[in-house]
Design a protein around this ligand. Structure first.
Ligand SMILES: Cc1cc2nc3c(=O)[nH]c(=O)nc-3n(C[C@H](O)[C@H](O)[C@H](O)COP(=O)(O)OP(=O)(O)OC[C@H]3O[C@@H](n4cnc5c(N)ncnc54)[C@H](O)[C@@H]3O)c2cc1C
Length: 425
């Protein structure tokens, strides 16, 4: 973890191993590099922003302490949604908020005509389904009647049901949402490949954050990065980075999850929310393949958010019961089960409500550092646009074109493995 000390006009670092010894970065021969942007954290937020900022002519580097996509991004279900599922709870205003435009923004990038070039990233599914085992229409009549939903959701005839629901034993209703599902390893790889020369590993035991004249800098072996703007896109790691910068805000909230992974030999993929009696999905299923080609269903929704304190064994037993109740005609054969626990990181909201747009907020202790949380994968384009707006507000334009040769000796981070490739070993 980085350490930080500040001084009014000079860059000092405390060497904790030799108490009482202070030394000046510049005196130690670290080469100063004036640069437009430094980004800390290489999940979707950092990678998307790096691409958009460099495409606009900013000089920028991204520093990652583990592997690209670690933590939330690689563990996400990959759904790029326009907020429709929030309409179930009445907490969605339709076309006016940021999230409703996100699937189109992603599609533009996938075609190569957006602000970020995502050509090469793989779409797992162009559709997402919503089903209930009861009468969804009578319970949610006003929801489906809403003009806002016209063209965004479609009730399906039985002949168009996705394969896992095409069984005579199924008597519920099925809707198709115009949301898509991305293969996250390919998204991370595509965004990283376009910017390889600007992405480096950071080992905080040999690097540190400095505060000089009210501005944050990053000291790396051999050089000191002096950015116009420091962007914290480290997900959960932002909390520590803000503290290391001496800041109290923005504050972060965590929403814990325990996701379930089942590796099986049922061949049909399925991307769907099952709607129960709550406004949030009872179960969300996405389908993936291990590197060996084995099918995996990844289970989220209320099942993952409401039982985080369960032991893995107890949650797996509950998940097995859910699938037996909801899809009794599917035989998963010789399946293997596992769970992963992790937190979603978001800006603090009252009563742990979900924020509905990306967040970019100034760290209170320094002038040039901003904490960023997309809050959803889907909102990555919104996050990068918020960053653009915050730069424009402070009149920060592309200014420096530094020689980055001195950085080239730093190691490069790899791409994080998926949990379905690590949890069954
Ligand atoms: C189980 C799950 C499923 C989800 N499914 C969806 C979905 O289907 N659709 C959707 O829209 N959203 C979804 N989300 C939300 C979405 O995944 C997150 O909002 C998004 O991935 C956050 O991205 P991020 O880049 O901010 O953070 P992260 O992905 O957590 O990335 C942070 C990065 O910063 C690095 N880092 C941490 N500390 C430091 C440091 N000190 N220095 C340098 N680097 C550091 C980490 O190693 C990591 O690479 C899901 C979230 C979870 C947990």
């Amino acid at each position: 973890m980085p350490s930080l000390t500040s001084s009014a006009n000079h860059s000092w670092r405390v060497n904790h191993a030799i108490l009482g010894v202070l030394f000046c970065g510049a005196c130690m021969g670290e080469q100063p590099i004036d640069i437009d942007i430094v980004i800390l954290g290489g999940g979707i937020a950092g990678l998307w922003s790096l691409n958009q900022l460099r495409n606009q002519g900013y000089s920028a580097v991204l520093l990652e302490s583990e592997a690209l996509g670690s933590q939330q991004t690689i563990a996400s279900q990959g759904m790029i949604h326009g907020g429709l599922k929030y309409a179930l709870s009445g907490a969605w205003g339709g076309g006016s908020d940021a999230i409703s435009g996100m699937p189109d923004a992603w599609r533009e990038c996938l075609r190569g005509s957006g602000k970020v070039d995502l050509r090469g990233a793989r779409i797992l599914s162009e559709d997402f389904y919503m089903w209930s085992d009861g009468d969804l229409q009578s319970r949610l009549g006003s929801f489906f009647a809403s003009k806002l939903l016209r063209g965004r959701i479609e009730k399906l005839q039985r002949s168009h049901f996705p394969a896992p629901l095409r069984n005579s034993g199924f008597s519920g209703q099925v809707y198709r949402l115009l949301d898509m599902v991305m293969d996250m390893p390919s998204v991370i790889e595509t965004l990283a490949d376009r910017q390889r020369d600007a992405i480096f590993s950071v080992d905080w035991s040999q690097s540190s954050l400095l505060q000089v004249g009210g501005n944050a800098r990053v000291q790396l072996p051999g050089c000191e990065l002096r950015p116009q703007r420091l962007l914290l896109t480290a997900g959960i790691g932002n909390e520590t980075l803000i503290r290391q910068l001496g800041g109290q805000s923005p504050q972060m909230q965590r929403r814990p999850l325990q996701q379930i992974i089942v590796k099986h030999d049922y061949p049909e993929p399925f991307y769907a929310h099952c709607i129960g009696s709550n406004p949030s999905p009872r179960l969300t299923i996405s389908s993936h393949k291990t590197l060996n080609g084995d099918p995996v269903w990844y289970l989220g929704g209320d099942l993952a958010t409401e039982h985080t304190a369960y032991s893995p064994e107890k949650l797996i037993a509950l998940a097995q019961l859910e699938l037996r109740q909801l899809l009794p005609w599917i035989d998963f054969g010789a399946s293997e089960w596992s769970t992963i626990t992790l937190d979603r990181a978001e800006p603090k909201q009252s009563a742990l409500l979900r924020p509905d747009r990306a967040f970019v907020g100034k760290v209170d202790s320094v002038d040039n550092a901003f904490a960023c949380w997309p809050t959803k994968l889907s909102l990555s384009p919104d996050l990068a646009n918020e960053i653009d707006r915050s730069l424009a507000k402070d009149n920060i334009t592309p200014r420096f074109q530094p020689d980055m040769t001195v950085l080239q000796h730093l190691p490069r981070p790899g791409i994080a493995p998926t949990c379905w490739d690590t949890c069954f070993q």
